[in-house]
Design a binder for this molecule. Structure first.
Ligand SMILES: Cc1ncc(COP(=O)(O)O)c(C=O)c1O
Length: 411
């Protein structure tokens, strides 16, 4: 006799916790099913550094030095402290202008964000977030079932007036999440005076500023905002990463926070991965300290490369699309956030027409944090890992798609 089992009761899915089962599947941004990658397609999808800007041969030399240390690679194969190796914390602290006790080494920027959410956001608490927002932050927020409250981001970063209005009206967010330099997706940078105001509001209303700043070393024109404002305040948790400078595959980042918050992060970590790879930290310490000028010299070259790419892309868009596009020259980072001025533009239709011509990008509406279809006339173009010839070809294809949608000949 055969027994018929209830498939719901026997499926692996039935053993998921309600917490895990409730985690959202990627929709829009990050949804791999939207990618129909064909040979020859040009993707300007991700904030990815160029391979040529990454320290492959230098890291090989570091590995040779570290691994020839007779003390088993200077302890590189052993357990180490949860907050990170002292030498790496000290290097980061010196760069940030803060005390080393305020630094915790993480497995990349996203890890710093998820640790912050777990350590600082009460379940279901409201969190004010950029609008448009880096969509993966909304995913991290699910760890605490946090409720996103959208605050506009313009050409000069977070709209601090709008935030203040929200606070005066009784809004009490547990945290405010923003990308202060070369915003993802909207390219702007929060000026120093607005940083000061943001920290003052945090002190007055008792929230934490989650400043997520992966692109900050990649300024290629203009003047830097005052970085110390955010690094020094105990009200700010400053999340950063080596992903855009040394490579995202390293999964190496850090958080700067008040010492008691660092301690809280360590407590969370002691229930997870214990610490970032000792071997990798040893290699990167050697890389950064073997020659004190190496990192800055490398960044200078990388910035020149990204500036050229940004300028070629923005210039080609203006030349090809004329009045159909509005685009700002970025001062750093990896993104353009052009506006396509076709009235009533359907973002799905343009993305489809462009993909058919072999040019893919992220639709502006994927970055809305309000739950409403905003930024439908925007596109996010990521130029970091594409050479200038490829960027020009992208614009030729994308321009044809815009023309076809404008003329109604795309269908
Ligand atoms: C705004 C923002 N925050 C965080 C991250 C994540 O950085 P990491 O790759 O180090 O986890 C990225 C990466 O694209 C980003 O753009």
């Amino acid at each position: 006799m055969t027994t018929v089992l209830d498939p719901a009761a026997t499926s692996v899915g039935a053993s998921l916790t309600t917490f895990t089962a409730a985690l959202s599947r990627p929709r829009g941004f990050g949804d791999a099913s939207l990618r129909r990658r064909r040979p020859g397609d040009i993707e300007l999808l991700g904030g990815i550094p160029d391979d040529s800007a990454l320290p492959v041969s230098e890291l090989l030399a570091s590995a040779q030095r570290v691994l020839s240390d007779e003390r088993a690679g200077a302890g590189a194969f052993q357990y180490s402290q949860s907050a990170g190796l002292d030498e790496l914390r000290a290097w980061i602290a010196a760069r940030e202008g803060v005390a080393p006790e305020r630094v915790i080494v993480t497995n990349g920027g996203f890890h710093g964000l998820s640790l912050s959410v777990l350590a600082l956001i009460e379940r279901g608490a409201p969190v004010a977030v950029d609008n448009p927002v880096f969509p993966l932050f909304l995913r991290a927020l699910e760890l605490s079932a946090g409720r996103a409250v959208p605050i506009s981001v313009g050409p000069h970063g977070l709209d601090v007036d709008e935030l203040e209005h929200h606070l005066r009206g009784g809004g009490r967010p547990a945290a405010v999440y923003t990308v202060p330099d070369f915003h993802n997706p909207s390219q702007g940078t929060l000026p120093s005076e607005q940083r000061v105001r943001l920290v003052e509001l945090a002190e007055r209303y008792g929230f934490v500023v989650l400043a997520d700043n992966p692109y900050r070393e990649l300024r290629f024109r203009g003047t830097d905002a005052d970085q110390r404002v955010l690094s020094e305040s105990d009200r700010v948790v400053h999340v950063n990463t080596f992903s855009k400078t040394l490579g995202p595959g390293l999964r190496l980042g850090w958080v700067v926070a008040a010492p008691e918050l660092v301690e809280a992060f360590v407590r969370v970590r002691n229930r997870q991965d214990s610490h970032t790879s000792t071997l990798e930290q040893r290699l990167v310490i050697d890389l950064l300290t073997h020659d004190d000028t190496w990192f800055d010299r490398t960044l200078e070259r990388a910035r020149a490369l990204y500036r050229e790419r940004a300028d070629v892309l923005a210039g080609a868009l203006r030349e090809r699309l004329g009045e159909l596009v509005e685009v700002e020259d970025p001062e750093g980072g990896f993104f353009l956030w052009p506006r396509i001025t076709l009235p009533g533009l359907d973002p799905a239709r343009l993305a489809e027409a462009s993909a058919e011509r072999g040019a893919t990008y992220q639709r502006g509406d994927f970055f809305s944090s309000s739950g409403r279809p905003e930024f439908t006339d925007r596109v996010r173009l990521a130029y970091g890992d594409r050479d200038v010839a490829t960027l020009r070809e992208f614009v030729a294809r994308f321009g044809d798609a815009v023309d076809a949608v404008a003329a109604g000949t795309d269908r």
